[in-house]
Write a protein that binds this ligand. Structure first.
Ligand SMILES: [Mg+2]
Length: 224
């Protein structure tokens, strides 16, 4: 397994020239998303259907589960139709909760200084990506973004990586990818991305995850 130190080294020598970063949980605190889907949406859904919060949450968790790792899961237009709630408007309502993880901004600044090509690679819907970039102003450090809805496959599938490679033209052996979802890291690794890092702390209010398979960081200052 490549160590974090080796990756840090590869970032400073230029062995890595392309950096792909997941958004939710990796750059941004996943607390926003967890609060949104596990608290706000059940609350609104309960009101709408005149049921208890507990019942609403139970029904919704089952619905979420049945669409996990598919494009529906990340498609807010799908959820707006499915739940009869304006999902984007609700997200706007709590946009003040969107937070950038510590040291992310200095990491992105450093990557820009070192002239890396840096992209967000996210399963998030482009409307949500847009909302979050407007709120956090991280776009100025980025070369661009790749979203699974534009690609047509979620990051958990090899097809996502094949098409992303064609679209932005990165070299697998010179690319770093950071994500807080292990299933996504597995696919990226199977595809052949050489430097793959697990962001263990996704939601700042939940204990971090662990991995025996991937080098892990809690915070981006470990990569600087
Ligand atoms: Mg994530």
């Amino acid at each position: 397994m490549t160590t974090i130190n080796e990756i840090k080294q590869a970032l400073s020598t230029g062995e890595i020239d392309c950096v792909l970063l997941d958004m939710d949980g990796t750059l941004l605190d996943k607390y926003f998303d967890d609060y949104f889907w596990e608290h706000l949406v059940p609350e609104k859904y309960a009101d709408k259907h005149n049921i208890t919060f507990g019942r609403a949450k139970e029904e919704l968790l089952a619905k979420y589960k049945s669409h996990e790792q598919t494009l529906n899961w990340t498609d807010i237009d799908f959820w707006s139709r499915e739940l009869h709630l304006d999902i984007l408007a609700l997200k706007e309502q709590i946009r003040h909760i969107i937070e950038v993880h510590p040291h992310v901004e200095s990491f992105l600044k450093l990557m820009k200084q070192r002239e890396k090509r840096t992209f967000i690679a996210t399963n998030a819907h482009y409307k949500v990506l847009d909302l979050k970039l407007r709120k956090t102003d991280l776009g100025k450090y980025l070369t661009g973004s790749i979203t699974s809805d534009a690609i047509g496959f979620p990051k958990e599938m090899l097809e996502f990586w094949e098409r992303a490679e064609q679209q932005i033209g990165f070299l697998r052996e010179r690319t770093l990818f950071v994500d807080d979802t292990l299933a996504v890291l597995k696919t990226a690794k199977a595809f052949g991305i050489k430097y793959v890092v697990y962001k263990a702390l996704g939601n700042s209010k939940v204990p971090p995850g662990t991995s025996t398979e991937f080098p892990a960081v809690m915070d981006f200052n470990e990569l600087m």
